[in-house]
Ligand binder design. Structure first.
Ligand code: DWN
Ligand code: SAH
Ligand code: ZN
Length: 407
């Protein structure tokens, strides 16, 4: 029997995607033979209703020094994190000589703004490659996985943190109990943990099944997050929706009783009860819509190909590993995927083995259709590639459903 990582309750299987590769492991042709696969299944806890992966590959296999994702790869995301840094500085870092710790600081996209202000900071980022890149941007970080032991070491070296921030990282860490007890040890009495992650409500509403892959262990709701935090003496005192990555929530978490729990929390809790997010019927309806996409997307691509059309992909996202592998998308259906990340170019996408090329290959000879795998960056990409649609090219999206869109 599989157990919940938050409360130890029993996990009930709600979704099964079958064998999947690691979503950020882009392979060379000689690596194809021993590519790693695991069973991508999602469970819901019968105790605390936390939706989570049932099997999680070892984090050391995923977040290696060659982990390819660069947060600064999107201008809009870089702006989002710069704005976040300014908001956090004004809200949480106003005391004397404040100290901020970021979990999953990646390429330093957020901390560089605070570093420029001379704010004492430390990023925690397991990928040594990203730690080096951050150092070149004036960001100090440590190449390690955050857990309780590391929290104690940081506290011994730097003192307690007024702010602990984590974007798209809390939901990545299976050993969440160790992370939360570490946060309890590291945070000042009046400090805040601010974290933002994809919201289960948006994933279900948007049929964004591609948010489900090896790195995303947890799919939070406000209610399940509250239950996860409570045993550590922590509570959500403020929550705000974010319009990035298809819909996220930013949680401001403080020690129980230290700050008033405001109406953003009470009203979202009421809305979640109405929406019955973790009701078996909601998940069953999601599953039916996902199965429809699994049918429709390859059917559309096959039709286009048999009509002699050229079809490519745009954005070799981690999310697209689930789409291509679950929907059976092969290089016969999609000629290549273009992506601006140098470390992904010249390799093959995980499992489906679509060649990854630079965006210049796309614009040098526009195809007839492009599947927008980075649908969460639609405005930025469609704007940058406006000549594609102007020349008659058509974008294909599959979230919330399969359709072609005009540029
Ligand atoms: O949670 C996670 C998020 C934050 O980032 C990680 N587990 C992994 C990663 O997920 P993803 O790969 O699905 O994220 P993105 O941000 O949707 O990836 C966009 C991809 O598209 C990147 O490889 C960069 C590329 N891109 C591009 O080629 N041209 C992006 C933009 C904006 C562009 O203009
Ligand atoms: N914060 C960035 C990066 C998100 S990708 C953003 O929002 O764009 C997730 C990041 O978490 C990766 O850079 C990964 O290396 C890091 N990570 C994974 N496990 C971690 C852990 N235990 N402690 C700290 N960072 C971790
Ligand atoms: Zn549970």
């Amino acid at each position: 029997m599989e157990r919940c990582r938050c409360c130890g309750g029993v996990l009930e299987k709600v979704l099964d995607f079958g064998r999947m590769p690691l979503a950020d492991r882009f392979v060379t042709p000689d690596e194809v033979a021993d590519e790693y696969f695991f069973d991508l299944t999602v469970g819901m806890c019968t105790g605390c209703a936390m939706v989570q992966l049932i099997n999680v590959p070892e984090p050391e296999l995923i977040f290696r020094s060659d982990y390819p994702y660069r947060s600064s790869g999107s201008i809009r995301m870089a702006e989002h994190f710069a704005a976040t840094a300014r908001t956090l500085a004004a809200r949480e870092l106003t005391g004397q000589d404040p100290f901020v710790v970021e979990l999953g600081s990646n390429d330093g996209v957020m901390l560089r703004v605070l570093a420029e202000e001379g704010i004492r900071h430390l990023g925690v980022e397991p990928s040594a490659g990203l730690v080096e890149l951050s150092a070149r941007r004036g960001v100090r970080s440590v190449a390690a996985f955050f857990d309780h032991d590391l929290a104690l070491r940081i506290r011994a070296d730097h003192g307690r943190a007024n702010l602990i921030y984590a974007a798209n990282t809390m939901c990545h860490i299976a050993d969440i109990g160790s992370v939360l007890s570490g946060i309890d040890a590291l945070l000042t009495d009046d400090g805040a943990l601010v974290f933002e992650d994809p919201y289960l409500g948006d994933i279900l509403r948007g049929t964004a099944f591609d948010q489900i892959y090896d790195e995303h262990v947890f799919y939070f709701t406000l209610r399940s997050a509250q239950r996860m935090l409570a045993p550590h003496g922590l509570e959500v005192s403020h929550v705000e929706p974010l319009d990035v990555h298809g819909g996220e929530l930013r949680y401001t978490v403080t020690r129980r009783g230290r700050r008033p729990v405001d109406t953003t929390v009470t009203s979202l809790l009421a809305a979640e009860d109405d929406a019955e997010l973790t009701d078996p019927a909601a998940l069953a309806s999601f599953r039916r819509r996902v199965e429809e996409t699994r049918e429709r997307l390859p059917t559309l691509l096959r039709e286009l190909r048999s009509a002699g059309r050229r079809v490519v992909g745009y954005g070799a996202t981690a999310k697209s590993a689930t789409v291509t592998n679950y929907c059976g998308i092969t290089p016969e259906l999609i000629e290549f995927v273009c992506d601006s990340t140098p470390a992904k170019q010249g390799r093959l996408t995980p499992g489906a083995h679509l060649p990854v090329v630079a965006p210049e290959t796309f614009s040098a000879h526009y195809p007839d259709h492009a599947v927008l795998f980075a649908w969460n960056h639609a405005t930025e990409i469609i704007g940058n590639e406006s000549a594609f649609a102007a020349g008659g090219g058509q974008w294909i999206v599959y979230v919330p459903e399969v359709r072609m869109i005009a540029g």
